[in-house]
Write a new protein. Structure first.
Length: 185
């Protein structure tokens, strides 16, 4: 059963990665760098601070930093526990996919997907009562994590597992933040 899932994962990667073209590679290389998203993060921070105030915003930043630290360390634990090769290093498919970027580290599961989804869920849970279109925040993890598949750095299950873990982490972080900082639970 696991072999079948891995085979389907590789087939889906080959398909999704194959949708790319050299013409757009530069854009996806920009998208995959966290620092390039800074203007959007600053805008979201502004929206949050405006609605929850400086003190609660300070706690929000602290909670986010701890959440990201926990997510990163968990991802590293899994990566070095499973030692799954990235698509760009997988002998079975590396010659049939588009390799836009390479990396020597392991693949399972995606830290980009985990951290982007965790921070998005946490921010969304706070902002949804203030902004009717807060759901648009989810474009960030979808685009950001897809870049990893596009570039040949992660398999779809790496991204989906990262999304799942990140969503759970973001929700738990929100619950703790609500209970101890906002005192709304």
């Amino acid at each position: 059963m696991l072999e079948k899932i891995i085979d389907l994962d590789k087939e889906l990667l080959v398909f999704l990665n194959g949708l790319g073209s050299e013409r757009w590679d530069w854009l996806w290389l920009i998208i995959t760098k966290q620092l390039n998203w800074a203007p959007i993060f600053l805008f979201i921070f502004y929206l949050l601070q405006k609605k929850i105030g400086w003190k609660n915003f300070g706690y929000y930043v602290l909670f986010t930093a701890v959440m990201i630290l926990i997510c990163d360390q968990t991802v590293n634990l899994f990566k070095y526990g499973f030692e799954r090769l990235r698509p760009c290093n997988d002998e079975e498919i590396k010659d049939i996919i588009r390799l836009v970027k390479t990396s020597k580290s392991f693949s399972f599961f995606s830290g980009h997907a985990t951290n982007s989804m965790a921070s998005t869920v946490f921010g969304y849970m706070i902002l949804k009562k203030y902004y009717k279109h807060a759901y648009l925040l989810f474009l960030f993890p979808l685009i950001f994590a897809y870049s990893r598949i596009y570039l040949g750095l992660h398999f779809p299950t790496d991204v989906l597992t990262g999304y799942t873990f990140g969503a759970i982490a973001g929700f738990i972080c929100y619950k703790l933040y609500s209970k101890y900082i906002l005192r709304t639970l």
